[in-house]
Design a protein around this ligand. Structure first.
Ligand SMILES: Cc1cc2nc3c(=O)[nH]c(=O)nc-3n(C[C@H](O)[C@H](O)[C@H](O)COP(=O)(O)O)c2cc1C
Length: 157
């Protein structure tokens, strides 16, 4: 049975709240979901997931070093993640503080792995973004992201 893996880093809890909302959306689709802090995740776990969703706070307009380091380590499985569904999300302090560039940097890494990414026609086009803790709008977007990734993973079998 397919599984969606959500991996995140969060120092002050904002990205963690987003990860939990994304997981809720996945659960509603009746698909197994695992939510892991990046420090507890192993790159080998990527192999078993049909969808991989990565969340990071925005640090200097990009992902936190902890997430970058995990992605760098994932090169061990380069070529083996092809065709899996990917997605990203981020929290920053400011509007225009770089949360979209952070999501795009996460998505770039997943695309380089050959993963499949579905954009959104409403809300955050690249993935959900929050200013600080996710508000109601962002929580809804996070749930919708979880649903979208789960639905696409099921469709792709
Ligand atoms: C080292 C560092 C760099 C940061 N860089 C940015 C930034 O470039 N733009 C921004 O808007 N916020 C920046 N922030 C603020 C965080 O993105 C923001 O507080 C976020 O909500 C933290 O998420 P967390 O609660 O999941 O740790 C930075 C914070 C730290 C600690």
């Amino acid at each position: 049975m397919s599984k969606i893996l959500i991996i995140y880093f969060s120092k002050t809890g904002n990205t963690e709240k987003m990860a939990q909302a994304v997981a809720e959306g996945v659960k509603g689709e009746g698909i197994t979901v695992e939510v892991k802090k990046v420090k507890d995740a192993k790159v080998d776990e990527l192999l078993d997931a049909s969808g991989i969703i990565i969340g990071s706070p925005t640090y200097f307009g990009t992902m936190a070093a902890e997430i970058k380091s995990f992605l760098d380590e994932s090169v061990k499985h380069f070529g083996k993640l092809k065709g899996k569904v990917g997605a990203g999300f981020s929290s920053s302090a400011l509007i225009g503080g770089g949360n979209e560039t952070t999501v795009l940097d996460i998505l770039k890494a997943l695309l380089i792995h050959g993963m499949i990414i579905e954009g959104s026609t409403d809300g955050g086009h690249y993935g959900p973004v929050a200013i600080g803790a996710p508000d109601e709008r962002c929580s809804v977007e996070c749930k919708k992201l979880g649903q979208r990734v789960a639905q696409l993973a099921k469709k792709l079998g």
